[in-house]
Unconditional design. Structure first.
Length: 329
């Protein structure tokens, strides 16, 4: 069976793995089905890019999880690979399988695209939750249940009132270190969803500042004045980059919040002026980066190019150097 398991992995044969591996055993400290699903996800990724199987298997020495033991690298000609330690006491039965985090091969291999995976502590079969964990889990389950229950269109104010009602959950997650958030799936998932909603909630919390910023903007007339205004409000521009399509929001009047469990359509009624403020920041930044984009002669002087940073562009063009000096991080 040990040899058959190796061949099944090599062939991306999920059906064979379901038959060969023991339903009563855990693999990599998770239930059999969860482990096989993780393998299948990796195989699908490879297949989507034209890789249908591993062409070869190479041996190596594990330097971390089973230090000094012999592991193996499943490798395709296109560079997809999976480093595994297959535990067996008799070379017949497979007792366990691990993804090897640090496998040193005897020869150099073209290992480009790893299909390896890992599990959080709270996904393991032996995980025993603390009381704090149970409390956060209960609150998060209610949070997700509420999200799923929202009607097709929810008013922005109503959505924020609901979000504020989960302040204790948000505070609990803030008190958890980033290190622990990476170790526990619950903490990582919950923090991700809440962080996305907090970005949207920031639209409302920015009301007073936005009004003042728009008044200040109306008093700007020159490029220099607008640059100073932009950098005085740069944190708001940093906030919107990569967040949501504000141009679409302004035209259609709503935000689509997409999470791993559901979508919520949030109608931005009464806050259009805040969206306009963000648009002014974005439009001015785009205008300036286009105007001061590095010229061919600039690139000739730099082999590595330049970061996408307006302050860098201004410096290259020898423009507004006092502003560059003041606002450069």
């Amino acid at each position: 069976m040990h040899t058959q398991v190796i061949q099944a992995i090599k062939d991306f044969d999920i059906k064979a793995l379901h038959q060969l591996l023991d339903d009563e055993k855990s693999y990599m400290n998770v239930p059999k089905n969860k482990f096989i699903n993780s393998l299948e996800k990796g195989f699908r990724t490879a297949k989507a890019n034209g890789c249908e199987a591993f062409e070869d298997v190479f041996f190596g020495i594990c330097e971390y999880c089973n230090k000094g033991c012999e592991g193996m690298t499943f490798l395709s000609n296109s560079g997809y690979y999976l480093d595994l330690f297959i535990e067996t006491k008799d070379e017949i039965h497979v007792d366990d399988i691990y993804v090897c985090d640090k496998l040193t091969n005897v020869i150099d291999l073209n290992k480009v695209h790893s299909l390896g995976f890992y599990y959080s502590k709270d996904e393991l079969v032996k995980f025993r939750p603390s009381e704090d964990y149970k409390l956060i889990k209960a609150h998060y389950q209610q949070f997700i249940s509420d999200l799923k229950a929202f009607k097709k269109n929810v008013l922005f104010d109503d959505f924020i009132i609901w979000f504020d009602s989960f302040s204790s959950l948000r505070t609990s997650l803030q008190d958890i270190s980033i290190y622990l958030k990476f170790q526990y799936k619950l903490y990582n998932d919950a923090s991700g969803v809440i962080a996305d909603i907090e970005k949207i909630a920031n639209i409302k919390s920015n009301e007073e500042h936005t009004t003042e910023a728009l008044i200040n903007y109306s008093d700007t007339h020159t490029e220099r004045e607008k640059l100073i205004w932009f950098y005085e409000n740069r944190k708001d521009h940093d906030f919107i980059k990569g967040l949501i399509n504000f141009e679409k929001i302004r035209k259609e009047g709503y935000i689509i919040l997409k999470t791993h469990v559901t979508e919520v359509k949030i109608v931005i009624a009464g806050y259009e002026y805040i969206i306009d403020y963000y648009m002014k920041l974005q439009h001015f930044h785009n205008l300036m980066t286009e105007k001061y984009n590095p010229l061919p002669e600039h690139y000739e002087k730099s082999k590595n190019g330049y970061p996408c940073d307006l302050l860098v562009y201004l410096k290259l063009h020898n423009k507004h150097l006092d502003i560059v000096k003041k606002y450069q991080k």
